[in-house]
Ligand binder design. Sequence first.
Ligand SMILES: Nc1ncnc2c1ncn2[C@@H]1O[C@H](COP(=O)(O)OP(=O)(O)OP(=O)(O)O)[C@@H](O)[C@H]1O
Ligand SMILES: [Mg+2]
Length: 308
Amino acid sequence: MTRAEHMRADSGRPPVAVGEVGVAGAVGDAAGTTQPVPLVEFHGLTKEFPAGTEKLQVLKGLDLTIRRGEFVMIMGKSGSGKTTLLNIIGMLDRASAGQFSFDGTAVEQMKETERCEVRNSKVGFVFQQFFLIDSLNVSQNVSLPMVFSGRVSSAEQRRCAQKYLDLVGLGEKARRRVTELSGGQQQRVAIARSLVNDPLLIMADEPTGALDTETGEAIMEILRRLNRQGKTVVMVTHDEDMTRYATRVVRMKDGVITGDAPGGSASVMSAATATDTPVTGAVGVGTCVDAGTYSPAVLSSHETEVCA
Ligand SMILES: Nc1ncnc2c1ncn2[C@@H]1O[C@H](COP(=O)(O)OP(=O)(O)OP(=O)(O)O)[C@@H](O)[C@H]1O
Ligand SMILES: [Mg+2]
């Protein structure tokens, strides 16, 4: 039995082998009902940061399972540990202790390169500050994850970027500088960038935090649509209003989970899991590939189609 299976058995659910995951992202349980597959599971997760001669414990033994197709909103006061948790789930940072499995694989046992690969191919990131590169045009910003992967021809990069720019309603802005765009448009570019690897999971840390209410709603509508098309979304927010977009709301206080309840969109979750999209992922937002990996020789030997 794998460690991930043990974790499921410990939590009272029947063990599910990773290989049983179907395109729909759901498996049958002992009662014959369809259960979405766990994507993220952790038990006893802790995170400490050095603070002088002491250690500051920011996450204090968290247990959580996030299943495919969920739209999980993580809420809590400033300093409660939301971003720290998001960074660990997205494999941008490591936990200090505890068990953590992503898509059935124990993360703490992965080598750094393996962790980078999983992150790049399975996780897309959207941040409050957008993190776009001003000197590149919109299409080039969206293409960046494919550039880092070093496996996609420039023609395919442009085609793929255009596809996701069309999806977020910015198809006509492909050649514009990002500095010419509004905040809401820049966040849509960041969402398009997060999608080019066709990730299983979209992580969003206060994606509407820098936007006015109306623009923020437009961004939330895009995330909701992506969720209903099968993407699992984990989002941090301070805004109670946003919980209507979530299928589940997890509340944190001082590094512990204090609440876990259905969100306003809980009733549509089964529809989302039923349309879970297959993973074709070859690329991601992470920048852990050396710049030298992006070379004509690598491109010609590894070119691949990433857009369906
Ligand atoms: N790299 C770090 N080194 C030391 N302490 C850190 C580090 N990152 C976060 N912390 C501390 O961990 C605690 C939780 O921080 P975190 O950023 O996760 O909070 P948050 O819930 O996201 O807050 P906010 O809502 O303000 O974004 C804070 O006390 C913070 O100062
Ligand atoms: Mg934060």
